[in-house]
Ligand binder design. Structure first.
Ligand code: ADP
Ligand code: MG
Length: 371
């Protein structure tokens, strides 16, 4: 019987200075990460950033060059994969092609030398959990991609793992099926309370499914946080560019705490900026944070002219050239009250000072540092 804990009964995972070298290449570079019991954490990042290597070290299929891995406080780094009590869903499913669905799902239990009766009960439960009842005697090639994925998930969950690792599990599915499986995975997570470390290069998938996201780049975690933190409070240029869309304006911090672009456009900013006055960096602003409506009566805004306007259904996308020569991307929601000027119109662009983020060019993210 697959246990159905109330949540928070999964294992607690800790990676400590976890490192993998391939010759000179640092595929994973001293990664620290703590995943709470029952948490859903996603490793997000471009191809080659070290996501799979990290996951495979946790699973036990890749040996770390250095560092350690703890599950519930106990080092598992030298244990064989089948002794870690970790379920793994591989990127290509990795089903045994000559075995039936039931035999695939039973495999981890056989490896663990469970009794026949136990195996039958658990396989039945796992098949119901992933909604594959009735397909037990099929071969993998007689199933659709989505069904094969469910078999892989059932096989990873059938032995009640403390931790479930999934590497781009939905990558091969079409868009509508992917959406449905995302929903199913969230249901499984809520139902089982198992701790999940998930890998994807799809930011939307990462942001919608996870409790927290670790954004990886060249073997390091650039930023770990909730979807909101990564989007609203990127800590460096790599994060601001990878997650969503950002206007990145070159310039420096002024004596009065404002920000001046290289061309002399002044922006008001609020709060601690991490830059000292005179220091150069970037102002990062999401396109929807700008508007053509005053934020405050005493705010003159920035003068500009609309150079491009594209209707995109729920919003309108603008290109606006403002004083100082900067070209801003601006998105305006298409509701009745929104001010939506046309191409060529003179406008004033407003920004709530709290919606601008000043980024230091001393912390650009790994890609630029090493370049
Ligand atoms: P991701 O899953 O984020 O796309 P990987 O973890 O697969 O990235 O790979 C990280 C880096 O390590 C890449 O540069 C990749 O080419 C390299 N790499 C992975 N496995 C090996 C290997 N067995 N030998 C040499 N280089 C490898
Ligand atoms: Mg990968």
């Amino acid at each position: 019987m697959i246990d159905k804990p109330q949540g928070g009964r999964g294992g607690r995972l800790e990676l400590s200075r976890l490192t993998k070298r391939h010759g000179k290449l640092l595929a994973v570079d001293s990664v620290d990460l703590q995943v709470a019991s029952g948490e859903f954490v996603t490793l997000l990042g471009p191809s080659g950033s070290g996501k799979t290597t990290t996951l495979m070290m946790v699973a036990g299929f890749t040996t770390p060059s250095s560092g350690d891995i703890f599950l519930d406080g106990r080092s598992i780094a030298s244990l064989a994969p089948e002794r870690r009590n970790i379920g793994v869903v591989f990127q290509n499913y990795a089903l045994f092609p000559h075995m039936t669905v039931a035999a695939n799902v039973a495999f981890p239990l056989k490896m663990r030398r469970q009794s026949r009766a136990d195996i039958a009960t658990r396989v039945g439960d796992a098949m119901r959990l992933v909604r594959l009842e009735g397909l037990e005697q099929r071969l993998p090639r007689q199933l659709s991609g989505g069904q094969q994925q469910r078999v892989a998930i059932a096989r990873a969950l059938v032995f009640n793992p403390d931790l479930l690792l999934m590497d781009e599990p939905l990558g091969a599915l079409d868009k509508s099926l992917r959406g449905q499986m995302q929903f199913e995975l969230k249901r499984l997570h809520a139902e089982l309370g198992v701790t999940i470390v998930y890998v994807t290069h799809d930011q939307e998938e990462a942001l919608t499914m996870s409790d927290r996201v670790a954004l990886m780049n060249k073997g390091v975690i650039e930023q770990l946080g909730t979807a909101r933190e990564l989007y609203e409070e990127p800590i460096n240029r790599f994060v601001a560019e990878f997650i969503g869309e950002s206007n990145l304006i070159d310039g420096r911090l002024l004596e009065d705490g404002g920000f001046a672009s290289t061309g002399g456009t002044r922006f008001r900013v609020a709060g601690d900026t991490g830059l000292r006055s005179g220091e150069s960096g970037w102002l990062a602003v999401r396109p929807e944070k700008f508007s053509f409506v005053p934020q405050a009566p005493d705010d003159p805004g920035i003068a500009g002219r609309i150079s491009e306007q594209v209707y995109v259904g729920d919003f309108t996308r603008y290109r606006v050239v403002v004083e100082g020569g900067i070209n801003l991307a601006i998105k305006v929601q298409n509701n009745r009250s929104a001010v939506r000027p046309g191409v060529g119109e003179e406008v004033r662009v407003f920004l709530n000072p709290g919606d601008a983020r000043v980024l230091s060019n001393l912390n650009q993210g790994v890609s630029d540092e090493k370049a």
